[in-house]
Design a protein around this ligand. Sequence first.
Ligand code: PMP
Length: 428
Amino acid sequence: MNKNKILEKQKKYLFSCVATYYNEPLVVDHAKGNFVYDVEGKEFLDFFGGILTVSVGHCNEKVTKAIHDQTDKLQHMSTLYANEPQVQLAEKLAQITPGRLEKSFFTNSGTEANETAVLLAQIYTKCQDVITLRHSYSGRSYLALSLSAQSSWRLTPNVVPGVHHIPNAYCYRCPFGLAYPSCDLKCAKDIEEAIQTTTSQSRIAAFLAEPIQGVGGFIVPPKEYFKEIVGIVKKYGGLFICDEVQTAWGRTGGKMFGIEHWGVEPDIMTFAKGMANGVPIGATIATPEVADSMQGNTISTFGGNPVTCTAARATIEVVEEENLVENARVMGNRLREGLNALKEKYPIIGDVRGMGLMQGMELVGEKMKPDTEGTKRLMELTKTDGLLVGKGGTFGNVLRVAPPLNVNKDQIDQALKVLDQSFGQLGQ
Ligand code: PMP
């Protein structure tokens, strides 16, 4: 099929809410390493990796071979039967995750991983209330939509009760109008009043948060934030659920998991996206006593699937063997320096933030007004010049730059060059 035919069928046969980037959607044909190719053969340097999901490059040989081999051997039996790839992956997660996290439950997506985590916390604590942050994103089920705090993604007013959203640690636009560090972490301390005023009997099942808010626009909290807020959560008997869907596998540079930068140990962690380099998977890992509190019947037919578990283990092995946690740090620094230099040159860039290979640029007009249109135009310009970047932020005005973890110097420099050209053209 040619491009027009594919787009015509997309329009006719898919839900119209399946939104695509760009005025004319990019129709991808194939990809290799850090490059993707459209149906007309045009090459693009991929600095978004299918939303931070292609961790070790497209069609990575080691991962693809492991998938092929496992597909030939055993593809599916469901969790009603035990299989080796599932326990091997679970053991690996227990070994590399921080603290006492040890037992996993596998699903197919980040949404399901978060559903599982919240249900588990509610069962363990025998309590309903959950606190999460404004500008967060947790997925698209009823519960996950209720947890998400960006109104454009919440398609229904019928939200699940018991979810409370407190202001996030968004220093560029401090919800309290304060400045770090003289703010004394008011945003973290605010959770105490939220617990005392909005929950039942001042008890909570959990506080759920991303170490760096992803869809929210790569919002990085101050370094003491998580210690402060998790300390208060514990005081009220709540569990800390850490959503590592975007920040895991070295993405933030120098550490395997985003939360390891912040010096706290989660009771539950959730994963998806980059875990299996593009093969659908979700995982929820918990401490043994929390995990074992979930009794009775529950099942995910595809959870623990031998092929997806094999893909995940192969992806994690590539991250380890090729030292990609360190590569993300070094390349992330190079990328960040380049983006900082662009900020000096182009006033539309109001803020550059992020860690490792998770860097965002918030585009603004006068008085920090979110420049949603400028962001869209910038995306078009980078596409024309053969670079794919993503976008996020509650107002759609944050460029998200997140290449695969094995990106190299030349690719970083190439992306920076295209961004420079695009910002230059934007002003014309
Ligand atoms: N949590 C976070 C932090 C996410 O970024 C996403 C997806 N953008 C999800 C959960 C939901 O994952 P999925 O789309 O796989 O359901």
